[in-house]
Design a protein. Structure first.
Length: 343
């Protein structure tokens, strides 16, 4: 006679009371075996690959000593050029733009960060560092400040290539260019550039004064008017504003433009803008001196006039950058539309 089959779990437990104890004793062994199988399966599964390569250089404890030694060596070698450069930034009006460019360069380097595919190039980095150290030594012997300061920039470039490679140095092109522009030009170069700019500003100012029916005669960089004499000094050559506008054009081109050709176009436009605005400044100074007072050509009013016209130059560079950016976007959109049409 067959025993009744229980369909309900409670009835099965009542008919077979030993099954509960057997299940309880088997449960730990089953859980342990399942955990072992899961761990084995996990080890066999391949790791998911990231879309970006892993960082090659990661700071660690074993890297602290070489980094510290490199920092100490850099300070010992380039402390004097850095001190002289900072002194020029603070005291030399021709180099005052470095107080703005150097912090901006550091900020842009930190903002852009490290490339994910950065790989150290030890051989090239050591070559650049050795060249920078030799340049520092030879310029120190010759007492040549410009090359001495450039050796510091070259050493920074060599350290970047040594640790992160050439791609990272190209990635940081804007900070390096801004640091280079913050280094004032040698006196020999500035004097050679200032004299033609003085003559050009004098010619433009005299032409505008004559256009306004003011009797004027030009003698080199001296504008002669009835009862007045306007001397266009080296400080009024416009070289200072030209350097600042070039740095501004580099910055705006990097932020607003993408194609190198359009960036070079903006950089080229900065030169005539600076020259024309400086000629207008000479004209306004002569106009105010002739019709208002000779004091308008010196002191606070003359300085204020220069700052206001520099703001005009700033606005013109911004307008030029905006116009070039619009043209660049239209060209890019036309190319994209033509590619879609051909596809």
């Amino acid at each position: 006679m067959s025993s009744p089959v229980a369909t309900d779990p409670a009835e099965q437990l009542a008919l077979n009371p030993e099954s509960d104890s057997v299940a309880e004793s088997a449960a730990p062994e089953f859980v342990e075996a399942q955990a072992t199988a899961d761990s084995n399966a996990a080890t066999k599964l391949p790791k998911a690959k990231s879309n970006f390569p892993e960082r090659v250089f990661t700071p660690a404890r074993e890297n602290l000593l070489p980094v510290a030694l490199a920092a100490v060596a850099f300070v010992l070698l380039f402390a004097r050029p850095a001190q002289l450069l900072a002194n020029d930034w603070w005291n030399n009006p021709e180099a005052g733009h470095g107080l703005l460019l150097a912090p901006l360069a550091i900020w842009f380097a930190w903002k852009s960060g490290i490339r994910n595919d950065a790989k150290p190039n030890i051989a090239l980095g050591i070559t650049i560092i050795v060249g920078a150290v030799l340049l520092r030594y030879m310029s120190g012997l010759a007492a040549e400040l410009y090359t001495m300061r450039l050796s510091m920039v070259g050493a920074l470039l060599g350290v970047t290539v040594f640790v992160y490679g050439v791609r990272q140095a190209l990635h940081w092109w804007l900070p390096f260019v801004m640091i280079w522009l913050s280094v004032p030009l040698p006196e020999l170069v500035t004097s050679q550039l200032a004299l033609p700019l003085q003559y050009k500003a004098s010619q433009m100012g005299a032409a505008l004064l004559s256009w306004r029916d003011i009797p004027v005669r030009l003698d080199g960089n001296v504008i002669l008017m009835p009862g007045q004499k306007l001397f266009v000094a080296e400080a009024c050559s416009g070289l200072r504003s030209l350097t600042s506008l070039i740095a501004l054009a580099v910055l705006m081109g990097a932020l607003w433009l993408k194609h190198p050709g359009f960036r070079m176009l903006l950089l080229a436009l900065a030169i005539p803008i600076a020259i024309v605005i400086n000629g207008i400044r000479v004209f306004l100074t002569g106009f105010l001196v002739f019709f208002v007072s000779p004091e308008m050509g010196t002191g606070f009013m003359h300085t204020t006039e220069g700052w206001l016209l520099f703001l005009v130059s700033f606005a013109l560079i911004g307008l030029a950058a905006g116009a070039i950016a619009i043209v660049e976007k239209r060209i890019a959109s036309r190319r994209a539309n033509s590619q879609v049409a051909h596809a």
